[in-house]
Design a protein around this ligand. Sequence first.
Ligand code: AMP
Ligand code: GLY
Length: 427
Amino acid sequence: MRVLLVGGGGREHAMAWKLTQSPLLKKLYCAPGNAGTGLTPLSENVPIAATDIDALVAWAKDNAIDLVAVASDDPLALGLVDACQAAGLRAFGPAKAAAEIEWSKVFAKGLMRKYNIPTAAYETFTDCAAAAVYAKAQNPSPERPLVIKADGLALGKGVVIVRDAAEAEAVLRDMMEGGSFAGAGRRVVIEEYLRGREVTAMCFTDGGTVFPMPPARDHKRAYDNDEGPNTGGMGAITPVPDYTPELAARCAEEIMRPAVNAMRAEGRLFKGILYCELMLTADGPKVIEFNARFGDPEAQALLPLLESDLLEIMLAVEAGRLDTITPQWEDAACACVVAASGGYPGDYRKELPITGLDALPKDILVFHAGTIAGASGRLVTNGGRVLAVCAKGDTPGKALGRVYGAIDRIHFEGMFYRRDIGALKPL
Ligand code: AMP
Ligand code: GLY
């Protein structure tokens, strides 16, 4: 089979690494990919942006692609899966109307309210003055903050926790009337602040059958002790020791299956990977948000443990016959720590040489994210999250020990990483 994988981050390199192990695969193309996907045997990069829907579909048609695997959020929201289907191409991932569960928080909250899926109490607004009146009436304080969310995709920057009414009003003005959210904030959700620890619970689904994956825990803040700005994710572990089998069963029965069934009932069959970001509250797991794809860096921590053939799973999802296979996972742990560019998630330099990757122990896996082959083939930085350094172990602690024992052998100017991935956040 000839597969086109759409995206260019660490998640996509991990997917490419796994897909190229499939006996069904003849050739993988990644658009746009990164230096890692370009170096993976059987894989080749195609210089088309993940958001250039017309060019991707035309290229896939011209190159006799058997499956277009859409890995990242923007092309899902732009309708790449629908465009592929209209052109007679098979595609893995939800159609635009199903991906709305990620690209509109207002839609996702409405779905949860209608189908009694546990989530934070909330209201939605399109009028800034009405939103500010509501926020003030909630009387936010450091003990009882409020969470303000831009409706659309905002690169992880569309969520602000506010602790008093004046702050709430300023945030609402910026989101709803300022230019910084480019349309994503014209509608907002204002919701109750949930206390607890977060967990990423993902599943494969063809819209009927649901296969939960092992849980993962991502660490979103840039610096140790959950300080600093939110990022796309600075590291992840799997499994998650405090996410017990009982909680996993509750999540499957109270959240995953009801959400998949709700989407079907709404005429928006969800096929692909449903990502449930949960807060483990004293009242049980509640949804913080849904995504319509693999998490990044959760995919880098999970895919090394997937024993089954990822391509076979994707084909079964696409064909609506997920009930004919059972994905198998290795009963072990895996950890991933992201090496980021100095300044990320704000401004950072690019094209800095990366060294040390050839001197790593054999049990370390490195997935590239923001990397590119520079002049004379030298590996250089090309993004904020540069590399995901991963290792397996019997426990998350042992896996983390391997990663932290090796990561300092890698070098690029300004490189930083969190030293506390996997540590339990105090409650
Ligand atoms: P999101 O973009 O919805 O994943 O939110 C980004 C981060 O904001 C999450 O990872 C949480 O840490 C935090 N967050 C979002 N919603 C809530 C909430 N209702 N209560 C507490 N924290 C939240
Ligand atoms: N790691 C969070 C995400 O992929 O959305």
